[in-house]
Design a binder for this molecule. Structure first.
Ligand SMILES: NC(=O)c1ccc[n+]([C@@H]2O[C@H](COP(=O)([O-])OP(=O)(O)OC[C@H]3O[C@@H](n4cnc5c(N)ncnc54)[C@H](OP(=O)(O)O)[C@@H]3O)[C@@H](O)[C@H]2O)c1
Length: 260
């Protein structure tokens, strides 16, 4: 995810000289440095001493260890942004042992193309100026929004954090069906992905709701109407509801697992 963020930032004009990465793994550090021409370090504490804004992008299960290590050098003038699923601000606050300005965020992988979507929640120590700094990062790599409550982060995990995979899964199924119809894998893939891209662009550029756009392409007694009726009789909306609720439940379980 850190790589996706760095890719998205650099390819969308964020100055590479303002990015510093810390990774204790020498190979990972060297490859990041070569790939993006950014400054890389292997000592988290030294990196944190230099940086104004710190993005924590390690796995949730090692965040306690990393935050406890950083507690020795972190200062309240900095702002910490965590992208870790399930780790609460109060857990981070406890590990840091200070009233650090902390933003909890949930980006997704299209961030690497500057097409990400991120939900963010800030604790009360984050000033308006620091909020702008964080927004600058996530707006460079796509869309971002502030959330009213920290628990909304779990919803964002189910809605946009995990959803690139939902779409890939649907494309995968459609591609297999298109191939069963006799289309070449190449044609099937391109027709489906280009249609998905075009549909998203249409929806983003239209004043109409997506339900209205759907109605507009569903003419009575036409082919689309048959497909939609079949999806409805198979209870697609219930299935999607169930899937997103399962992701939400898992995000909530992770929150309990990694500490409140
Ligand atoms: N993947 C997603 O779509 C997504 C979306 C939103 C949020 N997130 C969150 O993003 C975070 C990272 O997920 P990921 O999938 O990118 O995990 P990942 O691929 O394992 O990346 C974590 C990176 O942190 C490095 N690392 C390990 N220990 C470290 C330490 N002590 N100090 C500094 N760096 C260290 C790892 O190096 P090694 O490989 O050498 O261990 C690795 O490069 C997670 O908390 C996840 O919840 C992920």
């Amino acid at each position: 995810m850190a790589s996706a963020l760095i890719n998205g930032l650099i390819s969308n004009g964020y100055p590479s000289t303002e990015i510093l990465v810390s990774d204790p793994n020498e190979d990972a550090k060297n490859s990041l440095s070569e790939q993006h021409h950014i400054q890389c370090m292997s000592d988290n504490k030294s990196a944190v001493r230099i940086a104004d804004l710190i993005i924590l992008a390690v796995k949730p299960q090692i965040l306690k260890e990393v935050a406890s290590e950083l507690s020795k050098v972190i200062q309240i003038q900095k702002v910490v942004v965590s992208i870790a699923a399930g780790v609460s601000i109060s857990a981070l606050q406890n590990w840091f042992g200070k009233n650090i300005p902390i933003v909890r965020s949930m980006p997704n992988t299209p961030t690497m193309l500057g097409l990400g979507a991120t939900g963010m929640y800030a604790n009360r120590h984050v000033t308006a100026e620091k909020c702008s700094l964080v927004e600058r990062i996530f707006n460079t790599v796509g869309y971002s929004c502030w959330l009213d409550s920290e628990k909304d982060i779990d919803s964002v995990t189910a809605v946009s954090g995990s959803s690139p995979a939902y779409f890939f899964f649907i494309f995968e199924i459609m591609q297999r069906v298109a191939e069963d119809f006799g289309l070449s894998p190449r044609a099937a893939k391109n027709l489906i992905l280009r249609t998905a891209k075009g549909s998203v662009e249409m929806a983003l550029n239209s004043d109409s709701e997506v339900s209205e756009l759907r109605r507009q392409v569903t003419s009575p007694k036409g082919t689309t109407e048959q497909a939609i009726a079949s999806l409805q009789s198979g209870n697609l909306d219930q299935l999607i509801h169930q899937a997103m609720k399962a992701a939400l439940k898992r995000a909530q379980e992770l929150s309990e697992e990694y500490g409140q």
